[in-house]
Design a protein around this ligand. Structure first.
Ligand SMILES: Cc1cc2nc3c(=O)[nH]c(=O)nc-3n(C[C@H](O)[C@H](O)[C@H](O)COP(=O)(O)OP(=O)(O)OC[C@H]3O[C@@H](n4cnc5c(N)ncnc54)[C@H](O)[C@@H]3O)c2cc1C
Length: 506
């Protein structure tokens, strides 16, 4: 008889699990606390979909190529349905500067570097409809899982055999061969296991930023600004990072990420007028948000509590739990700036299927799944955590009066800014290789570890700024003080706060 798998949550991780397990013939039942998709109209859905379980539903989302490639390999028809609903594909060619385009010759590998982007509500609607159409997948909306059904084995390892909850208010108990926990950022079911004493190790730290997103719509007759003749629509000014997410149906969103230490800015940016004013002061955003081009269609959605978190479900080869598999944000959370969360969920779901197909032994399954996750995702997690730590340090230093960077820091920064960045903006082959790491198609550091690539980076670095002048992007925006003064914000307050011993030590 086919195995029965219960999945807690029909967000991205739950849907990916359905996509991966359905072809294996298993019975897959997704239990989702929130209501169903009640309209086929993406604009209506964006306005009306109540998603208590996904606080970041209206934050900008894009899917890295790794996720698209998985969809393409496993469910090509889903890509057609995404396109029908207006989900966009941004190709490698779209990313090239004018200078790079002149020398560009398409290669088959470029097909593997395509990003999917739209409002998250639209992406989710397309994935959900497609998953619902699969024969052995059921989505039970309005089902809040309250508890896992657990027992502790004689060996001290927990067994999960089902869930208890409420379906549209009525109590329900369901048993299964395995439970997949894809309950996401707001999920609480794994806490039960931790509270009961399952040996789940957790490391967690702040990613150091807050996210602010506002949606816009192109005015009638207007197209998106040309990416090549305008300054880059993403950038990093130190005190803020920005990016445009092209959406479906003439919509797009702007996300501005602010370091946690920039208290004045993060308080004020929720004001739509301040948010808009910032966009108009950034040369990469002005072409998108000026009055002629577009109008805003939403408030500013703010999002904090952006933690990086890794959970180990196996310690020294011994599983904490049998019959229970965590994935998505329940298992690993990453800084949204890298856009990796949904791809992590998809890769995990794929590895879960391989594991379930490989063995029926519950303990062996737990260990094999864990090892696959460790091998596939840990390098990306560690790289982003390293980058976050260094960005947090830099944001604090920028507010520290009289701070002078060490020689080592200056050399490292110059290597990244004047070496790596300029090399990938100059040489398409290098950009292609770097993008493979960015899109999680290979180890994030692999491309730079190749002697030929490192030599090329060193070549550009050693040429100096004058020879590389054409490869530098235009200035992304004003200095902090200038921006704060224009916004009538107190630019000194955070500097004073940083001078207090507790803040500096934090
Ligand atoms: C601000 C922000 C921006 C992001 N941008 C990107 C991006 O651009 N690209 C990217 O790849 N990732 C991005 N991410 C990360 C990405 O959104 C998550 O990694 C992804 O949604 C994880 O999927 P999930 O299934 O674990 O959680 P979710 O997609 O949040 O789904 C969890 C589901 O479980 C349901 N649920 C919770 N508890 C229960 C319960 N007890 N019973 C029943 N149902 C329950 C919820 O209602 C929800 O539907 C972003 C994250 C944030 C916070």
């Amino acid at each position: 008889m086919a195995e029965k798998i219960l999945v807690i949550g029909a967000g991205i991780g739950g849907l990916c699990t359905a996509l991966m397990l359905a072809p294996s013939g298993r019975e897959v039942i997704l239990l989702e606390r929130d209501g169903p998709v009640e309209t086929g109209n993406p604009d209506e859905l964006f306005l009306s979909w109540k998603r208590t379980g996904v606080g970041h539903l209206r934050q900008s989302h894009a899917f890295l190529a790794r996720l698209r490639n998985i969809m393409k390999a496993e469910h090509p028809a889903l890509l057609d349905q995404l396109a029908e609903l207006g989900v966009r594909e941004l190709t490698f060619e779209n990313m090239l500067t004018e200078h790079q385009l002149a020398a560009y010759k398409p290669e088959p590998a470029d097909e593997e570097l395509i990003i999917l982007t739209s409002r998250r509500t639209t992406l989710e609607m397309a994935m959900r409809r497609y998953a619902e159409s699969l024969e052995n997948v059921t989505i039970r909306s309005g089902f809040l899982v309250r508890r896992l059904i657990t027992s502790k084995g004689a060996d001290g390892v927990f067994d999960v055999t089902g869930v208890e909850g409420e379906e549209n208010g009525a109590p329900v108990r369901l048993t299964a061969d395995a439970v997949v926990d894809a309950s996401g950022k707001s999920g609480f079911t794994i806490e039960q296991l931790i509270d009961e004493g399952a040996s789940i190790k957790e490391e967690s730290e702040s990613s150091g930023i807050l996210y602010f997103t506002r949606h816009y719509r192109l005015r009638d007759g207007q197209d998106e600004p040309d990416r090549r003749s305008n300054p880059p629509a993403t950038g990093d000014l130190g005190y803020l990072k920005f990016g445009v997410f092209p959406g479906d149906g003439g919509n797009f969103s702007i996300t501005i990420a602010i370091p946690e230490v920039e208290m004045e800015m993060r308080k004020s940016i929720l004001n739509p007028d301040i948010f808009h004013q910032i966009t108009l002061m950034l040369p990469g955003l002005y072409p998108w948000t000026n009055e002629t081009r577009s109008e805003s269609t939403s408030k500013v959605f703010g999002m904090g509590d952006l933690q990086s978190r890794w959970r180990d479900m196996v310690t020294d080869g011994r599983p904490a739990v049998r019959g229970y598999f965590a994935l998505g944000d329940t298992l690993i959370r990453t800084n949204p700036l890298y856009g990796r969360g949904c791809s992590f969920a998809a890769v995990s779901a794929q590895r879960l299927r391989e594991t379930l197909d490989e063995t029926a032994d519950p303990a062996a399954r737990a260990v094999a799944y864990y090892n696959r996750i460790l091998e596939e995702l840990r390098p990306f997690y560690l790289t982003q955590r390293r980058q976050d730590r260094s960005a947090i340090k830099r944001a604090k230093q920028a507010l520290t009066p009289g701070y002078r960077k060490s020689l080592r820091s200056r050399i490292l920064e110059s290597f990244i800014d004047d070496g790596v960045r300029i090399a990938v903006r100059s040489d398409i082959r290098l950009l292609r290789e770097a993008m493979r790491g960015f899109h999680m198609l290979e180890h994030p550091d692999k491309w730079l570890g190749k002697p030929r690539n490192l030599a090329k980076v060193l070549y550009y670095w050693s040429r100096g700024k004058k020879s590389n002048a054409a490869a530098y992007p235009p200035n992304p925006g004003p200095e902090r003080t200038q921006m704060m003064q224009a916004l009538k914000l107190d630019y000194q307050a955070d500097i004073d706060r940083m001078a207090e011993p507790e803040a500096a030590a934090a």
